[in-house]
Design a protein around this ligand. Structure first.
Ligand SMILES: [Zn+2]
Length: 149
């Protein structure tokens, strides 16, 4: 079976509407389609989808990954802690910024964490795990991921 690659996604020929779609469409697919449309808030599925996307990204280093994350306008990532066992990545201007808080406990940027996990696993050559530890949607000052190397 032939499969699309990320490079295919970058081939665009849309004369009138161009290469952008509005943030509300991305949010709708993410939060209403995935999180609310799938059983269990889409938990396992979102993880599978995110990892697959992460693995498909044409990046070979953490720097390249963070740069692409920003180019794709998911958010502006920056490393706020790093040692041999752990990296913490804060994300400013995350796609979720401005959404109302629905539940104090419910962080909503799980897909983006899974994308980082898939990409970092490929870059590092071994399995890493990424956990969402802060989110604008739960009242934090930014979204943040903790990467266990
Ligand atoms: Zn968030």
């Amino acid at each position: 079976m032939l499969q699309y690659t990320f490079e295919d996604m970058q081939k665009m020929d849309r004369a009138i509407l161009g290469n952008m779609v509005p943030l509300e469409l991305f949010r709708t697919i993410r939060l209403i389609g995935l999180n609310q449309g799938l059983p269990m808030g889409g938990k396992g599925t979102t993880l599978t989808v995110g990892r697959k996307i992460g693995e498909s990204l044409p990046v070979n280093s953490v720097d390249e990954l963070l740069q692409l994350f920003e180019e794709l306008k998911i958010g502006i990532p920056r490393i706020i802690f790093s040692d041999e066992s752990r990296i913490n990545i804060a994300v400013d201007d995350c796609f979720c910024k401005g959404l109302p808080t629905l539940e104090e406990e419910k962080m909503i940027c799980d897909l983006e964490g899974a994308i980082l996990e898939g990409a970092l696993t490929k870059i590092m050559g071994h399995r890493v795990s990424v956990k969402e530890v802060k989110c604008n949607a739960t009242g934090h000052e930014h979204c943040e991921y903790e990467v266990k190397l």
